[in-house]
Ligand binder design. Sequence first.
Ligand SMILES: [Fe+2]
Ligand SMILES: [Fe+2]
Ligand SMILES: [Fe+2]
Ligand SMILES: [Fe+2]
Length: 398
Amino acid sequence: MALDLFKEKGVPLDRQVFTWKDLTRRTFSKMDDDAFTRVRVILMNGVESESVRFSHSCARMNRQLREPLAIIRRVEHFQQTLINWMNPPNQNPLETTLGFEQTAIEVTASVAQHEPDPYLAQAYRFGMLEDFDHLYRYSALYDRLTGRDPNYITQSYTDIIPGRHTAIEHRHPLDDVRRSYEARTAEPITKLNALTIVSAENQVHTYYMNIGPTFTDPVARQLYAEIAAIEEQHVTQYESLCDPDESWLEKWLLHEANEVYNYYSCLHYESNPRIKEVWQRFLDYELGHLHYVMQLFQQLEGRDPAEVLPQELPEPVAFTSHREFVRKVLNDEVGLSAKGTEFVSRAEESERTLRYRQQLNSEGSPSSIASAGYRWRPGTELAEEAERVGTLAEGRIQ
Ligand SMILES: [Fe+2]
Ligand SMILES: [Fe+2]
Ligand SMILES: [Fe+2]
Ligand SMILES: [Fe+2]
């Protein structure tokens, strides 16, 4: 049943409390839980970390909002702690990495299909094919370092084949800034989609920057450095989709609405009853945040939150395999690049991007080295099929 954002008030702030035991509860199971439980935990950790990041930026720029932001931010911090601590200790950083890329692929695929603005939908499909290639490169690294099948983590929901080759994803910064939606005319779902994806990508970037240097293997160190650079490009792309003319308070309102929307989506799909309980509890907490910020928005800006928020939440993010959609996009759009704000064929790339890429790859390409000779089995038929239809050839470095 659809959730009415104006009627549902959630849990009041003074009842949003935690204990250390509550924050460090039993984890999900790496082996027994569905891979999408891990995907949801990763996504919500990203959404909460975006809340905290945004809240700090906002507090540094808005005297009036410093105290209300501090109150809500403490709850966001504890929400993030509880969620991130549900990752099991036997899931090593490279396995978590496979989960991150699976999250990027499947959540972006869902968003791309629900996005009403064709330009933004194109931007999501574009980024998705790059994360799709990251999953392949990290799978090769996983094979190299542990000899294990990545499906141990991804549970065969997501294909493990090359996408747009990571080596050619490097673009000049000015070819990563996109056009933004127009706050006054964009659909509410458009704003939520952009926030969801920028949250996920920002977290991936932070994670790779933290764990990359902890590896001993020189190829692993280089591969994390290389893919972290693409995640930085992805954050640049996705954040530029948001209208920079929205006020700080309007952006805060949207962040709370997006947290509500994402917990609501998680709740809709969750198969683990212990974790479902967390999604329900935090959905109620976020409704409390949302109503608190709705009041501030009315008081301080004299605007009606209904100008910005939808009455009812849109259809939830689909936590399911989007294999067919991803294959189609791979087939149709692997040859795309970007020039300025526009998506163009690779033959039309800018001089500045070609120079930038050539410089970065001039002493070797980690993503090519990591996967040299890698043949994932079983499932090699997918790679062979892709080679036959030419998607692999398209993905080679020029
Ligand atoms: Fe939160
Ligand atoms: Fe990625
Ligand atoms: Fe990404
Ligand atoms: Fe919140």
